[in-house]
Write a protein that binds this ligand. Structure first.
Ligand code: HEC
Length: 401
């Protein structure tokens, strides 16, 4: 059993676990927001017991009755369910994945030697420290008067995250930088639960138990934190999926692309938040969709992918023997992209793709061009492909069309 094979299983296990925990966390979060927004005024006899919101639902073959108390119930229930482990497990499994993929494989996935040829320990240090700084800035911001203005807080937070994305894309590979932004947002979200929401609930429960009126301040702060988490959900799911789409993180303006997608998806989330409050504004969804389409249009690669190279260059290329291209592919692609890769990093062809010769490449020229033009492939340029070799392969592909 090779190390690469073992790593594949570890990554599979933690990725699986991470997605399951994330589904549970975000699912619970969506459910409680839905619940809060669908509570109706209870009948008098329930009001007399201190219930302020009433809800009935049918699911899985039974009726459910939900009651939200103004403060606390007359008597503390024997079991009170807390929702925190979904958040913590999502964060913990996410960090394990980050270590397995981006730290163990730092030279392949995090470092881009054409930007900075960081050693693995340096890359990890920068990654960890930048996450800590990002979290500290967010926590600091929550303690400024800005917290009283939700919209401006949101705008400042967005600007800071965009700056962070820009810094990360200047230091690291596009894919690694996107995951750094995802890790920062995920860390902020988990910290919101750990440092804000759960402590506030503890105080509330303690006050109710002591028969006192709970102090509204921690609850207000918890509300702000959970609102941020709510708007983070769609952007962070995009980042989780983004590593399948080199057209995003591999783009020349990758940090701006990320900022735009986050802004558009957070805006789309706003539609659902308003809808739950009975304000249905479909225009928001339409605007978000149009903006996304507009972004796709703006980001489109120059159509030179399709257009042929200049006549002069074509003449030069026709003098090149296919075997010359094949030998470049052999050195720079086939070490990984082969049925049984010679690279110790992989136990099978990465992404199931085999590129041993020009025939393999011409099965999906667009994907190959996108991956090579963005410098994503060869991965981390671990094979040390020169820019002449890169241009030669790209031009050769273009000349075939
Ligand atoms: C060091 C190993 C390595 C080398 C060398 C390498 N690749 Fe890859 N390639 C990968 C891995 C790993 C993935 C899967 C990345 C992922 O998880 O998204 C991949 C994915 C791809 C994809 C799919 C990207 C997508 O999602 O559309 C293409 C296309 C590709 N490689 C082309 C090439 C070409 C062409 C070369 C040679 C110029 C090359 N690769 C060299 C490791 C390598």
């Amino acid at each position: 059993m090779t190390m690469a094979y073992l790593m594949d299983w570890l990554q599979l296990f933690f990725r699986w676990f991470h997605v399951i925990a994330g589904v549970a966390w975000i699912g619970a979060s969506f459910y409680f927001i839905w619940l809060d927004n669908n509570l109706r005024e209870p009948p008098q006899w329930k009001k007399d017991k201190g219930i302020k919101g009433d809800l009935w639902a049918v699911h899985g073959g039974g009726y459910y009755e939900v009651a939200k108390y103004q403060l606390g119930p007359e008597e503390q229930p024997e079991t009170l369910h807390w929702f925190k482990w979904e958040a913590y497990t999502t964060w913990l499994t996410g960090m394990v994945l980050m270590v397995l993929i981006y730290y163990v494989g730092a030279q392949a996935y995090l470092v881009d030697a054409s930007k900075f040829a960081f050693s693995t320990p340096h890359a990890i240090l920068i990654s960890v420290v930048s996450l800590a700084i990002g979290l500290a800035i967010y926590e600091g911001l929550l303690r400024t008067p800005l917290r009283r203005n939700g919209m401006w807080f949101g705008i400042v937070l967005f600007a800071i995250l965009t700056l962070y994305a820009w810094v990360m894309t200047s230091l690291f590979s596009g894919r690694g930088a996107y995951m750094q932004v995802g890790a920062l947002i995920g860390t902020i979200m988990a910290a919101n639960v750990f440092l804000g929401i759960i402590p506030a609930q503890r105080k509330m429960v303690a006050a109710v138990q002591a028969g006192e009126t709970p102090d509204p301040a921690p609850a207000l702060m918890a509300k702000l934190r959970s609102t941020h988490n709510n708007y983070f959900t769609l952007p962070i799911i995009f980042i989780m999926l983004s590593n399948h789409y080199p057209m995003t993180y591999g783009h020349e303006w990758n940090w701006a692309v990320l900022a735009a997608i986050c802004a558009i998806s957070a805006y789309a989330r706003h539609y659902f938040n308003l809808k739950h409050q009975g304000k249905v504004q479909p225009a928001i969804l339409v605007i978000a969709l149009v903006a996304l389409a507009g972004l796709a249009f703006l980001m489109a690669p120059p159509s030179s992918t399709q257009t042929a190279v200049s006549e002069e260059r074509a003449a030069e290329l026709s003098a090149i023997n296919v075997s010359q291209i094949n030998s470049i592919l052999e050195v720079h692609c086939a070490g990984c992209h082969a049925a049984s890769p010679s690279s110790p990093m992989f136990s099978s062809a990465p992404a199931g793709l085999i590129f041993e010769n020009t025939d393999d490449v011409m099965v999906m020229p667009d994907r190959v061009v996108t991956s090579m033009r963005s410098n994503y492939m060869p991965l981390g340029n671990m094979t040390g492909m020169s820019s002449d070799e890169r241009t030669l392969v790209l031009d050769w592909i273009a000349a075939q069309r």
